[in-house]
Design a protein around this ligand. Structure first.
Ligand SMILES: CC(C)(COP(=O)(O)OP(=O)(O)OC[C@H]1O[C@@H](n2cnc3c(N)ncnc32)[C@H](O)[C@@H]1OP(=O)(O)O)[C@@H](O)C(=O)NCCC(=O)NCCS
Length: 180
């Protein structure tokens, strides 16, 4: 999941978009994170779903409890998770963006349950997160997704990411894009 952003670099609190509430993860979200992490369809391009019992034993009480990590919610219904973290510079692509400091490049991630696909929720939430990032940090953001992850590639394109490189990681060919 990369390295966390420093707390003072990122505004606390929740964000409202046209249809969504983006809020910090809470204890009550753990079940949804377990469902997400063990769903083989959701994780088809993320190395496959994890065994639920293993995940149950290892997932923290509050999953993804770090700055710039949000649960997406509409009318109280969990619709997934999105976040910004810092990509370790020793990972592929981690040092390939010009003009960055040693902290590691900002990386966008998103995972939605299948019932939330096809509604534009990821686009809406990511656009809000990128706007905050532009205003607050003003740095390029990267995104890494399997070449074969068509939905994610379309989303990346829609959000304004352009291809920077392709490489092998986690036994799959990855598309690595940047939004400047
Ligand atoms: C990648 C992922 C987030 C994409 O989800 P998605 O639903 O395709 O993306 P969006 O939420 O932006 O929705 C776009 C779709 O909603 C439709 N849509 C409906 N209402 C819309 C609206 N109001 N605004 C925008 N789009 C809307 C679009 O036409 C598009 O439809 P399509 O699927 O027929 O092309 C999702 O497939 C996922 O979570 N996958 C598993 C996790 C994963 O692989 N993550 C990548 C890790 S980097």
């Amino acid at each position: 999941m990369g390295l966390p952003l420093t707390v003072d670099a990122w505004p606390a609190g929740s964000v409202r978009t046209e249809r969504l509430l983006l809020r910090a993860p809470e204890v009550r979200d753990r079940q949804e994170f377990l469902d997400l992490g063990s769903d083989p369809v959701v994780n088809l391009h993320l190395g496959g779903g994890q065994d639920r019992a293993t995940l149950e034993a290892t997932l923290p009480a509050v999953p993804a409890a770090r700055p710039a990590q949000y649960v997406m919610e509409r009318d109280g219904r969990f619709l997934g998770w999105i976040g910004l973290s810092r990509r370790e510079s020793d990972r592929p692509g981690g040092s390939s963006v010009d003009g960055l400091g040693p902290e590691g490049v900002l990386e966008l991630s998103y995972v939605l349950p299948v019932h939330a696909w096809g509604h534009g929720y990821a686009t809406e939430a990511c656009a809000a997160l990128l706007q905050t990032s532009d205003e607050r940090l003003g740095e390029p953001v990267v995104l890494c997704t399997q070449v074969g992850n068509t939905r994610s590639r379309v989303l990346a394109d829609r959000l304004g990411f352009t291809e920077l490189a392709r490489f092998e990681e986690f036994c799959a060919e990855q598309w690595f894009g940047v939004r400047r």
